[in-house]
Design a protein. Structure first.
Length: 295
């Protein structure tokens, strides 16, 4: 069976995360009391035991901004001790005048492959992260992202469909940088008008070969593992982008709020299998291996 690379998972210590250690704040994935605790690499490995996951990419979890290097250092220590994860996506504040000092510090850690700063904004307050819908076109953000090519870093791009036209311009400006569309563009529900808007947004990225999409977090808004919804997203993304630009990510432990790892993996694999062996290889392993280069 094709080995799996999980391109999007988290581990954390509750004490390091303001949104977990402080007052409960609204999140797009709903109530989260069960994960307001440490989620260690040992639990993650237990969750995926026996499922053929060979490597994994850690993605930043919004530590305090000033602790961006502390986060990467801790995950790197975890990797040295356990062999997991095999690649890291850290955080850098892309709104600053000169992001290079932050990138220099991240570059000192061999497993760092890129950065994520969440730029998504939605008219529903609970879905927002960026301070406004236009941060994706902020000149400082664009200037900072343009620096990534000098470090060999990719950028995890997190947007809602209404932001994707601007996002595509952003990606087109940086052809030497790989972008990964987090959660495949954040489809919030399966109503026809919502799906149509998401498809239209995703289509802006079709002609941009440096844009890839991560099939992760697809239960985020429904708060369930829904094989039909996953199949819809996979079918559409393959039609618009091609399987060679898609990758699987578990989004654990967030998805653990409503399901288990085996169910998430099974639903994604089944959706990919409808498109043949190449699609399975691309989505489950090859794309993530090429873009994130896990050790």
């Amino acid at each position: 069976m094709q080995p799996v690379i999980d391109s999007h998972f988290h581990i954390w210590r509750r004490a390091d995360l303001p949104w977990l250690s402080g007052p409960m704040v609204p999140r797009i994935f709903g109530p989260y009391e069960p994960i307001r605790r440490d989620y260690a690499i040992s639990e993650y490995l237990s969750d995926l035991q026996g499922l053929g996951v060979a490597k994994a990419v850690y993605v930043q979890t919004n530590w305090a901004k000033e602790d961006f290097e502390k986060e990467v250092a801790w995950v790197s220590e975890t990797a040295e001790e356990t062999g997991w994860p095999q690649a890291i996506v850290g955080y850098a504040d892309m709104t600053v005048e000169d992001v290079r000092p932050q990138l220099d510090r991240l570059k000192a850690y061999p497993l760092v492959r890129g950065v994520r700063m969440q730029l998504h904004w939605h008219e529903v307050p609970e879905y927002r992260f960026a301070p406004g819908p236009d941060q994706v076109i902020d000149p400082a953000v664009r200037r900072s992202v343009a620096r990534l090519k000098d470090y060999g870093f990719c950028f995890d791009l997190q947007l809602f469909p209404a932001q994707m036209k601007a996002g595509a311009e952003f990606v087109a400006e940086n052809p030497e940088t790989d972008f990964i569309l987090t959660h495949c563009g954040m489809l919030v529900d399966d109503r026809p008008e919502t799906v149509d808007a998401w498809k239209d947004g995703l289509a802006h990225f079709a002609p941009l070969p440096n844009l890839h999409a991560k099939l992760s977090g697809l239960g985020t808004f429904m708060h369930r593992n829904d094989p039909d919804l996953i199949a819809l997203v996979v079918d559409t993304a393959i039609d618009i982008l091609g399987s060679e630009r898609l990758m699987f990510g578990s989004n654990f432990p967030i998805e653990k709020l409503w399901t288990d790892y085996a169910s998430v993996l099974s639903a994604h694999r089944a959706a990919a299998e409808r498109h043949g062996e190449k699609a399975v290889a691309d989505i489950m392993h090859d794309t993530a291996a090429r873009i994130y280069r896990p050790a």
